[in-house]
Design a protein around this ligand. Structure first.
Ligand code: ASP
Length: 324
């Protein structure tokens, strides 16, 4: 009998469903909460990954864009959601910068979630509106320093990756600029294209097609090496800002105390999605790649999140960038 039950359980797990309490999981729609605007980098990653997860789990997944406060409103929503695996959070590096940035964060980034797994790492690019008067990073720095009161820098709110990158840039050149917060870098990109804002540091998932179409100017990528997807663009380090490096990671979380069998099913679905041919192709074209399977796990994400909080908190404190 015991054997029968355990092989039944294994069979259900392999099918991507399992009895949890009296019910099997999943048996209704799953919502993935995305902290930024539709059409932006985080949303793009979520929608790409959700499609094969839907097929694997045989249940509908909807994306809900919960906007504001640099991603912290969305994170708080999932921290307080029922721990049943039906409300998930797909967030980025902001999970690790918000604890250093916000004096009063309404959730605990480490203890109020069940990590499911890492998804990908995405480089950033420093870009400007098309008619910005600087041809390379050195000229840009000189121009920005000489005209700092006239230049603005868009971001997706305090805690966003664009905020972090902008903060690192301003601190590297020792110049404060006016920042313009949006609910995501999709609307920020629209205003950059329209010339209403001057500068933006954003993920390649949002900038690659505009750079290729020459609708915006690009000054550097934030990785150690140049990207295969944008081979002519220098690294920020090569272009003049030595050691300037930031890489945005995305990850999937459930609420704290979500049962382990549910977390395991979601981890498996995520791992399947990361091997999906369309996901791999689109990621490569956008300058990113899925993490290896052993990083798309709760243990790897938990360790990464803690390490990133330890890395960014002192940098943020040193920059004096706090929010209430
Ligand atoms: N790229 C944005 C950021 O700066 C977020 C987004 O719109 O996805 O964090």
């Amino acid at each position: 009998m015991k054997l029968l039950i355990s092989s039944l359980l294994t069979g259900l797990l392999l099918l991507g469903t399992a009895p949890v309490g009296a019910q099997k999981y999943p048996d209704k729609v799953i919502t993935i909460v995305v902290p930024f605007a539709a059409g932006g980098p985080t949303d793009t990653v979520a929608r790409l990954v959700a499609a094969p997860m839907t097929n694997h789990l045989k249940t509908q997944i909807i994306i809900e864009n919960v906007l504001g406060a640099g991603g912290t409103i969305a994170a708080n929503r999932v921290a307080k959601a029922a721990p049943d695996g039906y409300t998930l959070l797909l967030h980025h590096i902001g999970m690790s910068t918000a604890p250093g940035l916000y004096r009063k964060l309404p959730y605990d980034a480490v203890n109020d979630f069940e990590p499911i797994g890492l998804i990908n790492e995405v480089p950033m690019t420093l870009v400007a509106k098309k008619d910005f008067p600087a041809k390379d990073l050195k000229e840009l720095i000189a121009y920005v320093k000489a005209n700092k009161d006239k230049i603005n820098l868009a971001n997706a709110g305090i805690g966003a990756a664009s905020h972090l990158c902008g903060m690192l840039f301003m601190s590297a050149i020792n110049t404060d600029l006016t920042t313009v917060p949006y609910n995501g870098t999709a609307p920020a990109m629209n205003d950059l294209l329209g010339g209403q804002v001057d500068l933006l540091c954003d993920q390649t998932t949002n900038t690659t097609s505009q750079i290729r179409a020459e609708k915006i100017k690009v000054y550097g990528v934030t990785t150690k090496k140049r990207l295969a997807s944008l081979p002519k663009v220098p690294t920020m380090d090569e272009a003049g800002l030595k050691g300037f490096e930031v890489s945005v990671w995305h990850a999937l979380y459930a609420s704290k105390a979500t049962p382990k069998p549910v977390v395991d099913i979601l981890m498996k679905a995520l791992q399947v999605a990361l091997k999906n041919a369309t996901v791999m192709e689109r990621f490569a074209d956008l300058g990113t790649e899925p993490v290896a399977e052993n990083r798309a796990t709760p243990a790897a994400l938990r360790a990464h999140l803690k390490a990133e909080i330890d890395k960014w908190t002192p940098i943020i404190k040193k920059a004096g960038a706090f929010a209430d």
